[in-house]
Design a protein around this ligand. Structure first.
Ligand SMILES: CC(C)(COP(=O)(O)OP(=O)(O)OC[C@H]1O[C@@H](n2cnc3c(N)ncnc32)[C@H](O)[C@@H]1OP(=O)(O)O)[C@@H](O)C(=O)NCCC(=O)NCCS
Length: 188
């Protein structure tokens, strides 16, 4: 496999079945504990993104991926428009070589292009330092209510504290409201 990497920003409705299959294959490799979710063309776990950043090799294999979707969430009683960001993955073979940074810099540019006040994500599995290194701020005390991923059936209500991260895009971090977060749905 060549390491010639081609980056793309794609809109969800342009993706073909082979595109979804190639993305799902990467997600299965990057999240081995959840590989049973990313079967066939199921290239998402919860809310489907509206925009994705992809890196492919010359053969079309997807090597890196992030999904983004605009949504309103409620923070401290206020509606806040965010670019919800998820399905962040780099092929295991390339992890630790700077591709995650390249990916998230492109995600930042997409969030700017969408004109959202903030990027938003829930970081799992000790990934907070990775995102913090790239300009995302963690709200350690924030508690969020949301609907769990539906990859295994009905999405059920969940409450989590820790790992909720915000990237200031069109607005200042200081203006992020205090208080609990209600996602009122699933994340990407
Ligand atoms: C998390 C992930 C996307 C990072 O991508 P990557 O290509 O390995 O990261 P990079 O090599 O670009 O590293 C970028 C920077 O983050 C740092 N970093 C990477 N992973 C880190 C971690 N787990 N903790 C702290 N810092 C980390 C690197 O040291 C590097 O810092 P530098 O630029 O100052 O040298 C990748 O490891 C991955 O796909 N993991 C499996 C799926 C996953 O966990 N996704 C995130 C779910 S929230």
């Amino acid at each position: 496999m060549t390491d010639d990497i081609r980056w793309e920003v794609v809109e969800e409705s342009t993706l073909s079945l082979p595109d979804h299959e190639a993305i799902a294959a990467l997600l299965g490799r990057a999240f081995p504990d959840w590989s049973h979710w990313y079967v066939g063309g199921r290239s998402w776990a919860g809310m489907q993104p509206e925009r994705r950043v992809l890196a492919r090799d010359a053969g079309g294999v997807v090597l890196a991926h992030v999904g983004i979707r605009r949504m309103f969430i409620t923070v401290g009683g206020r509606d806040v428009l965010v670019g919800d960001t998820g399905l962040v993955a780099v092929s295991p073979r390339l992890q630790g070589t700077g591709k995650g940074r390249d990916l998230m810099e492109r995600a930042h540019a997409v969030l700017e292009g969408l004109g959202v006040p903030y990027g938003f994500l829930g970081a799992g599995e000790n990934r907070v330092p990775f995102y913090a290194n790239l300009g995302w701020h963690v709200f350690d005390d924030a508690v969020a209510d949301y609907t769990a991923f539906t990859a295994e059936g009905a999405g059920l209500p969940m409450t989590d504290q820790g790992g909720w991260m915000v990237l200031p895009v069109a607005e200042r971090l200081e203006d992020w409201p205090a208080g609990p977060i209600w996602l009122n749905g699933q994340q990407v």
